[in-house]
Ligand binder design. Structure first.
Ligand code: G3P
Ligand code: MG
Length: 261
């Protein structure tokens, strides 16, 4: 499970604070765009992340009823849009009419749920790399992985570092591998269980992404000793970030990435 893409994922170390870690993965990734500053999983959020100086963002992808890849974290629409009910039961045309920004603040009113296709266009314009988290509705694991990987394989621009797909759902990662074997995969977990290496091997993951709250020095060291790059979500305070780095965590996902750069 060693990272076989070190140079491909390299973000060039520069004077903008975007260090590439020894693993080849970026040190800081904007979480859901830059979720503390702009509505999560929107184009406005990507734009703000770029303005804050991050080189990479993470966002969540799931399917509409008519099988379009869209950016949305929750199964249901209530928290982050003015819509109601499960997103998986609505067609893209209906989802597109919803407001995905007003809940966050009046200046974001009118922000829409983005498709994965237009998100890729925005990333290209902004020069942002991305971790594409597959967040399938229950029962749609394989289909979500397959369709998202197809869009990434067809549309990802050569000007950006290759994307990384991640998921808590191994079936989504296996489907992504079937459709686009060359796109790197990261396994998402809460805590790091005893069988973490085996679970990574089952999906040929190049990286492990774990919940920072459930992480400790020994677990991080065990992952490091196996030569596996470790990411931790969600880290919004600089002292915590410093500690995690000391433990060998390569990549931090943050709603407030400017604090960590
Ligand atoms: O990809 C890291 C992180 O986003 C996983 O948790 O719930 O924020 O999607 P969540
Ligand atoms: Mg996520």
């Amino acid at each position: 499970v060693a990272n076989s893409y070190p140079s491909a994922y390299g973000v060039k170390p520069g004077d903008d604070g975007n260090e590439v870690t020894e693993s080849g993965f970026p040190a800081v990734i904007g979480h859901r765009g830059a979720a503390a500053h702009a509505p999560e999983n929107t184009i406005a959020g990507l734009r703000l992340a770029a303005e804050l100086g991050v080189g990479w963002v993470e966002f969540d992808v799931r399917l509409s009823a008519d099988k379009r890849c869209i950016l949305l974290h929750d199964d249901t629409l209530e928290r982050t849009t003015d819509g109601h009910g499960p997103a998986a039961m609505k067609d893209w045309a209906a989802l597109r009419r919803l407001d995905a920004g007003g809940w966050f603040g009046p200046k974001f009113k009118g922000e829409r749920i983005p498709s994965l296709e237009e998100t890729i266009e925005a990333l290209a314009a902004l020069g942002l790399g991305a971790v594409v988290e597959l967040k399938p509705a229950p029962g749609q694991e394989a289909e979500t992985g397959h369709r998202a990987a197809a869009v990434l394989a067809e549309r990802w621009p050569g000007s950006l570092p290759p994307p990384l797909v991640s998921s808590f759902k191994p079936a989504a990662l296996v489907a992504a591998r079937e459709r686009a074997p060359l796109i790197g995969r990261a396994l998402l977990v809460g805590g790091i269980a005893a069988d973490w290496r085996q679970r990574m091997q089952e999906v040929d993951a190049v990286m492990l992404h774990a919940n920072q709250r459930l992480l400790d020095r020994a677990k991080a060291a065990a992952v490091g000793a196996a030569g596996v790059p470790l990411g931790a979500y969600t880290v919004n305070a600089a002292p915590r970030a410093a500690k995690l780095r000391q433990w060998g965590v390569a990549t931090l996902f943050s709603d407030r990435p400017e604090r960590l750069l």
